[in-house]
Design a protein. Structure first.
Length: 58
């Protein structure tokens, strides 16, 4: 019988129902998300329209 190596990660997937986070984990996750790139509403609309055209929604 073979065993399969499982990748261990420290980050929890917040999307999965039933995942419990500590208050500290929640605050750290919010701070990490706030560091990311942000788009102006105009930039978002341009990027979204481009994405829709590439996927065939327009």
């Amino acid at each position: 019988m073979r065993t399969k190596a499982v990748k261990q990660t420290k980050e929890k997937n917040w999307v999965i129902p039933g995942v419990k986070l500590t208050h500290k984990e929640f605050i750290e996750g919010i701070k990490k998300a706030e560091e990311g790139p942000f788009y102006t509403p105009e930039e978002f609309e341009k990027r979204f329209e481009k994405w829709k055209k590439e996927k065939g929604y327009c």
